[in-house]
Design a binder for this molecule. Sequence first.
Ligand SMILES: [Ca+2]
Ligand SMILES: [Ca+2]
Ligand SMILES: [Zn+2]
Length: 348
Amino acid sequence: MTFALRSSCLWALAILSAGPALGDVQFNVSFNDPDGSHAAYQSSIRSAVQAAGAQWARYLKTPAGVTPSIEVQINFGNQPTANGTSVTSGYVATRGGYDVFEQGMAAEVRTGIDPNGTSPDVTIEIGDAYLRNEMWFDPDPSTRLAPVPVTRTDAVSVFIHELGHALGFNGWRAYDTGELPLAAGTAGAYCSTYDERIEVDPGPEFFFTGAVAEARYGGPLPLTSGNIDHLANGAPGLGADLVPDLMNGVVYYRGYRYFISNIDLAVMQDIGVPLTRTEIFPPEILSLKQESNGLTTVQWTGANYRLRLERTPSLTSPWVVVGTQEQGTQLSFTTPEGDTQFYRLVAE
Ligand SMILES: [Ca+2]
Ligand SMILES: [Ca+2]
Ligand SMILES: [Zn+2]
């Protein structure tokens, strides 16, 4: 039996055929590992961070003729998971009584100018036990098709998330009250482009407000309670439907591969990160595999929610719904009879 693989998206065929211009950002990785105790992990970490960077680079628009180079320094610590941040920030404008700053990585992508010279642009700190006992390093982090062990967390997914903080999901608001360090209009009052769009009143829930994000989500994005650089809360909290998102602050599933979603990109667009395109990015089928148990598994990039997978034995026959998926990036189904099947993803 042979399978023909077709990836399409009803509302974006023209865009697909036009071939989007992809951004061009490089990622260089260095290690703060003076005693060499993590030497065995360095090459895996470097590959995974660069693959994670490439996921963002697909969407980032850079100044003509400039290839920003993001220097990522890896530190090792004792925290339970990992964290990531830009090292510095770049002034954008004064508005609403605040000096507004973008994350340093966003500044370099947008302007092509490194905001802190040869110093690292981004630091990612990885907990030692998390690295050794929890993170799984993909044998091919650029294609991302090998099964993720159900006992481990995908390292590329973790690094895409941390770079998401370095690029935009970061600020100075207090996690509990949402307060900024200085009141609007006071001398030296400052906030980030992300802070600027967080709605604190009336509280206690905090929301990200931005025209693009609200249009895509259907309203302001609920932020994680007590962890407002992230989306979603566990049910029955607000935004439980965003728990599977790359930038959620509730849970990172083992055995699961995260991708940048259209919600994440909407936030980036709202806070002024330059993107190669401003419309919704279509999902792409990454792999289609017949399992030995009579099932076929299809995997796609996670740029959308609420997808419908359809198949047809020939392009002149009607499309048949295989299944729908509220969240996630793969679907398994009974392998259909017949020599050839075409597949497509449709946004609902
Ligand atoms: Ca740089
Ligand atoms: Ca730098
Ligand atoms: Zn995070």
